[in-house]
Design a protein around this ligand. Structure first.
Ligand code: ADP
Ligand code: F6P
Length: 515
């Protein structure tokens, strides 16, 4: 990974995210503690950065042994085997998790930002909890900022914490130390007509909360422009420059940036090339794609944004319309349960299992199972071999901030024979030029895309995959991190002073009136 420490010289990085980088849990039925490092690109990219900058990571202490391993303030030095930075855990009780995480974040903001309104469920208590939990994270981050040996740069992650930066700015208003606040919004940002489905206090609070940052980052130009449209509409005292992607609010300037996230492409490629990865991929092909047959793959959390029922409908139609593809095309569908406490997710899990069963009963026989469903967690090495084995990878998201699965498939396609069939409603589609783009709402179009993928000539497949791989190598997670830190460095120097309350435009989400 490139050396990013150059950008944070003389500054202390304080990261705020919902998920923590190290989770301590008790082994079932025993007092033995085990450390888990949650999988995912963000943790693997940011953990080394935190280790070299020796900053602080503020996150929800979600592990059963987290309290027993941290001090009274929730602090613990990590990585456990070679401490390099501080993890500051924030404690949430069941009511917080219900209202803040399952409620406002995942039942209100998540469906609205993905524009899937049928899943939108808003309650006043969700918003109140979200405000309260954001305030607790702001308290923890403020405490860490005061403890920081150098001028703090606070980097807030995602839609769980729309209010943290504005709250933090208030808490540190009397501090004379320079501070820079920025936030990455990892999911789509909706246009004003969708955001206004929130109660007034909530949409106004979210917008004013995000404007507490000096820089707000998105994956695509479209999300950035939607954000600026929402600022224009919901924060009337602001002045928006769309071309410059800048907002003027009182005497402050808020910058908006576009930074498409990526993956550690080399790491995925090495997993796919490793002897075990290659052997597992060969085994999958022998089992499901012998004698020149084709193997399709898909990998998602079971989430209604991923278009899994739509994908099953398309496969059903494909095998109906093209009987010659029966026994010639098998699909491995990795679909791991997620957020199962929410009824819409639980129902979807059942729908996926039933949908796969119905298709297998309709088209399968004792020698052939059309869809192989893997509904448990698969580690990165296991995924790499599935990606390597796949002739076709189908990403059918109805909306998706980026979709890293598409990039992981490209990285693992070391034989350069795979075809990516990609929903045009993913952030990845704005970036990847050589995928077959589909509209998952149009089942005929998905079927046509799949037919094109399975019949694509070898040379075209190779040429497209080679171009996608070259493009990916030029834009990895480290390039993403590097670009953001460089922008922060540029905007934060000379260090900006925190300004006192009298000089600022009010940014107090909790105090705005309900509607
Ligand atoms: P999201 O952030 O909405 O889950 P992405 O596709 O952007 O969607 O990222 C998902 C990440 O989680 C990827 O790194 C992917 O490998 C991993 N992942 C997704 N589904 C599974 C699964 N079923 N089992 C294991 N890992 C998964
Ligand atoms: O990409 C959006 C996101 O919410 C991430 O922040 C998160 O890690 C991932 O989806 C999985 O969701 P959760 O953390 O709710 O399990």
């Amino acid at each position: 990974m490139p050396d990013t420490s150059q950008y944070l010289a003389g500054r202390t990085l304080i990261l705020v995210s919902n998920r923590e980088p190290y989770e301590h849990t008790f082994e079932p039925g025993s007092a033995a503690v085990k450390v888990r490092r949650p999988p995912g690109g963000l943790v693997s990219a940011l953990d080394p950065t935190m280790q070299c900058t020796r900053g602080t990571w503020v996150a929800w202490g979600s592990g059963t042994a987290d309290r027993d391993t941290a001090d009274a303030a929730g602090r613990i030095a990590v990585p456990p085997e070679k401490p390099a930075y501080t993890l500051r855990r924030v404690w949430l009780d069941d009511a917080d998790i219900d209202g803040y995480y399952l409620g406002f974040a995942n039942s209100a903001l998540w469906p609205l930002c993905h524009m899937l309104l049928q899943h939108y469920d808003m309650r006043q208590e969700y918003w109140e909890r979200y405000v309260a939990v954001n305030a607790r994270f702001a308290d923890a981050a403020a405490d860490e900022a005061r403890r920081a040996p150098n001028a703090p740069v606070v980097w807030v992650q995602d839609y769980h914490f729309a209010l943290v930066s504005a709250m933090l700015r208030e808490r540190l208003a009397t501090e004379r130390r320079p501070i820079f606040l920025h936030q990455f919004w990892h999911i789509p940002f909706p246009p004003p007509d969708i955001l206004r489905l929130l109660p007034t206090a909530a949409y106004s609070g979210v917008m004013r909360g995000l404007l507490g940052n000096d820089l707000v980052e998105f994956h695509t130009e479209r999300y950035a422009q939607n954000f600026l449209d929402c600022v224009d509409e919901f924060v009337p005292e602001s002045r928006v420059s769309r071309d410059a992607r800048r907002v003027r609010l009182g005497d402050r300037e808020i910058h908006v940036g576009v930074f498409p996230i990526s993956i550690d492409a080399e790491h995925y490629e090495s997993l796919a090339r490793a002897p075990e990865g290659a052997a597992k991929a060969a085994e999958l092909r022998t089992k499901y794609a012998a004698d020149g047959a084709c193997l399709g793959v898909s990998v998602d959390r079971v989430d209604y944004t991923k278009g899994i029922p739509e994908r099953l409908r398309a496969l059903d139609q494909l095998w109906t319309e093209a009987p010659e593809l029966r026994r010639k095309l098998t699909f491995v569908v990795v679909a791991t349960p997620s957020r199962s406490e929410l009824r819409s997710y639980k129902t979807l899990e059942e729908e996926v299992v039933a949908g796969v069963k119905a298709i297998n009963e309709r088209f399968g026989d004792e020698h052939w199972t059309p869809i192989v469903l893997i509904n448990e967690n698969v580690d990165a090495a296991g995924l790499a071999s599935i990606y390597r084995a796949g002739d076709v990878c189908l990403v059918s998201s109805l909306q998706d901030g980026m979709n890293l699965v598409a990039k992981e498939y490209i990285a693992c396609n070391v034989d350069e024979q795979g075809v990516l069939v990609l929903s045009r409603f993913t952030g990845a589609a704005a970036e990847i030029d050589d995928a077959i783009l589909i509209n998952p709402f149009n089942v005929d179009g998905v079927v046509a895309g799949l037919r094109r993928a399975v019949t694509m000539p070898r040379e075209e497949r190779r040429a497209r995959m080679q171009r996608m791989r070259r493009q990916l190598r030029r834009a990895t997670i480290f390039d993403w991190l590097d670009a953001i830190l460089a922008r922060v460095d540029e905007l934060a120097s000379p260090p900006q002073e925190i300004r006192g309350p009298a000089e600022r435009t009010p940014l107090a989400p909790a105090e705005s009136s309900a509607a």
